[in-house]
Design a protein around this ligand. Structure first.
Ligand code: HEM
Ligand SMILES: *[C@@H]1O[C@H](CO)[C@@H](O)[C@H](O)[C@H]1NC(C)=O
Length: 512
């Protein structure tokens, strides 16, 4: 089908970069108001393994040559990039002609191995799934936040006070930061969403998901799973983890997952294996971006003493000294309302998103039509063409963000509140930061993700002091995953930590 022919841009763009010299650039305008067309030669998919170049640079260069929108012909598909944030609203508004769900359904079903939800076999299921997403917001989010808080404290307490190190008596310890974030966020997110069971080996599950995740860009790029070594085996093992009879034994899954279990149960056409594949896909969605996001936030904070100080002071101010001292003895609560008061922390998280998010927004043209971009520009699009937004170019636009490569923790705070006015050429930009996608298809887990990240930073900083050793290389982004969410770091980062238990000197480390 036509959707199955779609190859994820990021792969393609990087493939094309490998062959940059061999471009045939045809800058001629096509007839009747179509955007300038850049014809590449057709790259070979096997080269998807080399997924390394800088798509951001590539697109900026095309923007300089051709303007704010242009079409690139790749492997028989016409992909129109809209590069100027002032033109985003027109794309976001046309949800009917520019569809996301068909694309995501087909890509997800191929990647996670379940039958397409919109295949006609499951009447009403797509809508019910969309409705279930409200259970990641509103009052359901209060419960999730509460449960996450308990899980985080349990896991971190255990980690910091474990006997394997002498961390508990206040000596400095060392660990690898990404590993730390992965262990903690994986286990706590899993428990919060899917519940608890004594018989589960979550470390093994995490290892398998990591292996799968390493291959994920290739699956998205439509490399057949049979060509990817043990990937199929690993995926089947991951799916087996979520069989209904196993999940039935897990204690206290959240309302969202419970509702999905009940929903899948209503469809005889859905095999147990398919139900399990859906649950596996959701776990991947829930940890895949959150873990690297947790890394970048903590990393930037501990790299920048001024930011760490401001965020720490804010947390202590909201939580209170008393609670802070109790945290090793008993669970403390930080409510959703309290989390909302932490603007410096929120701004730091958003600033980390700005620097590490490369989520591309993809839409498929449903019918020939003329897209009006602004008062001066309209472009004709053809059915089955792809329209893409590339927010990273906005995130790093020096006209919008002064010194765009710099982490500036309070970039999004003004007078103690969220700063939302950003300008380009004197005009206010609406879509200046979009790690979660846009419009009707925005990530449904974004509120939960934001809270999780805040809680993770809060509990970690309440329990210990953290530092980076001197003379360490800076963390760098793994560009091989460009286009697919939050980029992970490529190089290991060592950090030093020392728990605050029994030290009775909470003032130390500048927490006045
Ligand atoms: C920092 C963390 C996260 C980031 C950056 C992120 C980002 C995204 C993005 C960019 C999309 C695609 C939206 C689009 O293209 O318009 C998406 C979709 C999705 N995300 Fe997230 N996400 C995060 C965390 C989560 C969490 C914690 C969950 C679940 C608990 C989740 C569940 C989903 C689901 C189910 C979809 C598919 C929605 C659909 O097909 O309609 N995400 N996410
Ligand atoms: C951070 O981002 C979220 C979601 O994008 C937004 O709702 C919030 O207002 C932002 N906060 C700050 C301080 O920038």
């Amino acid at each position: 089908t036509e959707t199955q022919q779609i190859i994820l841009f990021s792969t393609i763009i990087s493939l094309m970069l490998k062959k940059k010299d061999s471009y045939i650039v045809c800058a001629c305008y096509r007839k009747n108001g179509e955007p300038p067309l850049i014809k590449g030669w057709i790259p070979f998919l096997g080269k998807a393994l080399e997924f390394r170049k800088n798509s951001q640079q590539f697109l900026s260069q095309l923007q300089q040559e051709h303007g704010d929108f242009f079409t690139v012909l790749i492997a028989g598909r016409y992909i129109t990039f809209i590069m100027n944030p002032f033109l985003y609203p027109s794309v976001i508004k046309h949800g009917k002609q520019l569809d996301f769900h068909k694309f995501s359904d087909s890509a997800a079903s191929r990647t996670f191995g379940y039958p397409p939800v919109q295949s006609g076999l499951f009447p009403g299921m797509s809508d019910s799934i969309q409705r279930s997403y409200t259970l990641l917001q509103g009052s359901a989010l209060d419960l999730l936040t509460f449960s996450m808080m308990g899980n985080l404290q349990q896991v971190l307490r255990c980690r910091f006070l474990s006997s394997e190190g002498s961390g508990s008596d206040g000596h400095w310890q060392e660990a690898e930061l990404y590993e730390f974030c992965k262990c903690v966020m994986f286990q706590t997110t899993f428990n919060t969403l899917y519940g608890h069971s004594a018989n589960l080996c979550l470390d093994q599950l995490r290892e398998d998901i990591e292996k799968f995740d390493g291959i994920f860009p290739l699956l998205m790029a439509r490399v057949p799973i049979a060509l990817l070594g043990k990937t199929k085996e690993i995926r089947e093992k991951l799916i087996r983890f979520f069989y209904p009879q196993r999940m039935a034994e897990w204690r206290a899954p959240c309302q969202f997952i419970q509702t999905r279990m009940d929903l899948f149960q209503q469809y005889d056409t859905l095999q147990d294996r398919d139900k399990a594949a859906h649950h596996f896909a959701m776990l991947w969605a829930a940890v895949g971006n959150t873990i690297p996001a947790a890394f970048w936030c903590l990393y930037h904070l501990i790299s920048c003493p001024e930011a760490l100080e401001a965020v720490r002071a804010e947390i202590i101010n909201v939580v209170g000294e008393k609670n802070m001292k109790l945290i090793f003895e008993e669970d403390i609560t930080i409510t959703r309302q309290q989390l909302e008061q932490m603007v410096n922390l929120e701004s730091s998280i958003n600033e980390s998103f700005r620097l590490s998010s490369v989520s591309m927004n993809i839409r498929i043209v449903q019918e020939d039509f003329c897209l009006c971009l602004d008062a001066q520009h309209s472009i004709n699009l053809r059915k089955d063409d792809i329209v893409a937004l590339y927010p990273q170019s906005t995130h790093l636009d020096p006209e919008i963000y002064d010194q765009p490569q710099r982490f500036q923790f309070d970039r999004f705070v003004e007078d103690g509140r969220d700063k939302t006015d950003f300008y380009k050429c004197g005009q206010k930009v609406r879509y200046y930061r979009m790690p979660f996608g846009s419009g009707a298809t925005q990530c449904p887990g974004r509120f939960f993700a934001m809270n999780e990240l805040k809680q993770f930073v809060c509990v970690t900083l309440l329990m210990c002091e953290m530092q980076l050793p001197e003379n360490q290389q800076e963390a760098m982004l793994d560009n091989s995953r460009a286009g697919l969410g939050i980029m992970p770091p490529v190089n290991p980062i060592t950090f030093k930590y020392r728990t605050k238990k029994n030290r009775g000197q909470y003032e130390e480390g500048g927490m006045d």
